[in-house]
Design a protein around this ligand. Structure first.
Ligand code: SAM
Length: 292
């Protein structure tokens, strides 16, 4: 077994050798604790027939653990300066591929077809760049990729919002967007001390497991998400007021909105944060004919 990349001493030596300076704008906070990395990989429940997709390998700390524990790992890295470093640090592993690309612009679906045919399952495992956490997670879910799930490190505050239940302060359109596609759990709270440089915010690891079917069946997904976003536009407003002011033509259709709320058994004076995904599903289907 090769020496781990993610020890403080080895990380420092690698960074010094290449004269690497961190770019805050790219969310570069590298992990220097092998126990945390192993815990993250444990959460993904990989086998040697699993494919792993990583976003932002950095100097390869997590990539290395994934190469050891999966059949193959493909990692997207946006920062060209890291490519020669990764070439050296990951040289002992044949079952890895680094793609130099912004993951938000990448055709992940075609990559999966090209790189992972014949694999039993595919997991995304990442210590995400915090400036783009939500766009990355939503891209992976909205593209309906053939993945089993996502295990990722992110800001604790975003983890709280993603896994929140109705009636709590963190529950909102992000909770619904993610829980529509997955079951979401926070599996670890992570101290700042395991990163270099240390981030300004607290971190957590979440596990998202894709559902076989979305949490609720709706006539139109787009309209369902429009309704949920509109319902949380101003958290202190009632659902009726938010929908009336936010939905296109909502003001002209206030009567229809009241009828749809009543038909769904939802008191128009409730706030969006009290509605379950099922209630949003029902409401969006009742509203749909008036808005199409
Ligand atoms: N995986 C490494 C670790 O855990 O030590 C590094 C994680 S660091 C939080 C995030 C990494 O994502 C950095 O290497 C950064 O350059 C890369 N990155 C930032 N934005 C990206 C993007 N849009 N697409 C791909 N990689 C990105």
């Amino acid at each position: 077994m090769h020496k781990d990349i993610a020890t403080p001493v080895r990380t420092k030596a690698i960074l010094e050798k290449y004269g690497f300076s961190f770019k805050k704008s790219l969310g570069q906070n590298f992990l220097i604790d092998t126990n945390i990395l192993k815990n993250i990989v444990d959460q993904a429940e990989l086998t040697d027939r699993s494919g792993a997709i990583e976003i932002g390998p950095g100097i390869g700390a997590l990539t290395e653990q994934l190469a050891r524990r999966s059949g193959k790992v493909v990692a997207y890295e946006i920062d060209q300066r890291l490519l020669p470093i990764l070439e050296e640090t990951l040289a002992p592993y044949d079952n890895k591929k680094i793609i130099h690309e912004d993951v938000l612009k990448a055709d992940v679906s075609t990559m999966i077809q090209d790189e992972f045919s014949g694999f039993e399952d595919i997991m995304v495992v990442a210590n995400l760049p915090y400036y783009v956490t939500t766009p990355i997670i939503m891209k992976l879910l909205e593209e309906k990729l053939p993945i089993r799930g996502i295990v990722c490190m992110l800001q604790k505050e975003v983890a709280d919002r993603i896994s929140a239940s109705p009636g709590t302060k963190d529950y909102g359109s992000l909770s619904i967007a993610v829980q529509y596609y997955t079951t979401a759990e926070t599996v670890m709270i992570v101290p700042k001390t395991v990163f270099v440089p240390q981030p300004n915010v607290d971190s957590a690891v979440i596990r998202l497991t894709l559902r076989d079917e979305p949490a609720v069946k709706v006539i139109s997904e787009d309209f369902f998400f429009t309704v949920t976003k509109s319902s949380f536009a101003q958290r202190r407003k009632t659902i009726l007021n938010n929908l009336t002011s936010q939905l296109p033509e909502g003001k002209e259709k206030k009567e229809q909105i009241i009828t749809a709320l009543n038909d769904s058994g939802i008191d128009p004076t409730r706030r969006g944060e009290t509605l379950s995904i099922e209630e949003f599903g029902m409401l969006s289907d009742k509203l749909y004919p008036s808005f199409h």
